[in-house]
Ligand binder design. Structure first.
Ligand code: NAP
Length: 306
């Protein structure tokens, strides 16, 4: 698996081109015992997927702990992986009885506390990359930036980024930071194409900062029976057939469609099934030809491009 530098010309982490996301770790029907989580981590490493995407809220504040339990018993694994963390969403959850409403909190106190919590849960002394999870309308950019820089100065976080930010929101925070925001983690898949037209991916390319693509298989919606998903699956199958791969296996083509974008996105996988992680990894050896890429795009749009 290719390793890529997230941003050019600025200090930046090297990550695996495909990332594994742990949002659904606690939902695995097979369970989420340390043995099951360890097996999943090992399977990713075997494929060269070394980057793991976390957030404090995942699994109702449980996923980090499940992952951390494995790192505690296998400290050798920490040296082989990169940990991405996120904070600022405050979810209503039994684990957080003080939350009356789901809200965002980008205040220095909250960010500091959330990162300390993530480090303790993950049994590590640093995050390789910390992202603000969602743009907070109440963010004071000056104060938030100052806390983010202090986390880097103290070695608790190595690099900084954002998630779900519009280009102006990213510009605002960056304007108050001396350190680069090395990525914007955004929703992007064959069924979520807004970032192609709203300036998000243009900004990534202009700044030479690769985006990370969450729900890269549309959170499973690609496999449902609504007419758009069916149309896109048919296009993916046709392209698979044309390039000589198994037309019943559409995931590698759907991910190759993301990989083909010139901003160089890193798709984040969310399946709990090891066979599906292995299948997804095949995307890295596929380069879609321009017309094949457009055939899939038009299936998603439901019309020809003008
Ligand atoms: P995804 O890979 O698009 O979707 C995973 C879902 O699709 C799982 O429920 C999976 O079920 C299902 N699926 C995958 N292949 C399938 C197939 N062949 N047939 C039927 N179902 C299939 O990714 P995601 O989990 O939505 O998101 C990936 C990661 O992105 C998350 O873990 C998280 O790290 C990150 N994320 C970030 C944000 C953000 O705001 N920054 C938001 C959402 C997610 P199985 O497990 O049964 O395969």
């Amino acid at each position: 698996m290719e390793r890529v530098r997230l941003a050019d010309g600025v200090p930046s982490p090297d990550l695996s081109r495909l990332v594994y996301g742990v949002w659904r770790l606690a939902d695995d029907p097979a369970g989420c015992t340390p043995a099951i989580v360890e097996k999943k981590i090992e399977a990713c490493l075997e494929l060269g997927i070394t980057t793991f995407d976390h957030a404090d809220i995942y699994g109702h504040y449980r996923s980090e702990k499940l992952f951390g339990a494995v790192l505690a018993s296998r400290p050798d694994l920490r040296r082989q992986i990169e940990l991405v963390g996120k904070c600022d969403i405050c979810m209503i959850s039994e684990a957080r009885p003080q939350h009356r409403v789901t809200h965002y909190d980008s205040s220095p106190e909250h960010i500091r506390r959330a990162v300390e919590g993530s480090l303790a849960n993950l049994r590590t002394d640093h995050l390789d990359l910390l992202l603000l999870h969602r743009p907070d309308p109440l963010m004071n950019a000056e104060e938030t930036a100052s806390e983010l820089e202090s986390l880097v100065r103290n070695g608790k976080v190595l690099h900084l980024g954002v998630s779900n930010f519009t280009p102006p929101q990213l510009d605002l925070l960056q304007s108050r930071l001396d350190l680069p925001l090395v990525t914007n983690q955004i929703e992007l898949s064959v069924l979520s194409v807004d970032a192609l037209l709203d300036g998000t991916l243009d900004q990534s390319q202009r700044l030479s900062r690769r985006p990370m693509a969450w729900s890269a298989l549309a959170g499973g919606a690609l496999f449902r029976d609504d007419p758009r998903a069916v149309r896109v699956r048919e296009a993916l199958s046709r392209v698979a057939d044309r390039i000589g791969t198994d037309p019943s296996q559409i995931e590698p083509i759907a991910l190759a469609w993301i990989l083909r974008l010139p901003s160089g996105p890193l798709p984040i996988l969310g399946t709990n099934r090891i066979d599906r992680i292995e299948r997804a990894a095949r995307a890295c050896s596929i380069t879609l030809e321009r017309q094949d890429w457009f055939e899939i795009y038009e299936a998603s749009l439901g019309c020809e491009v003008p």
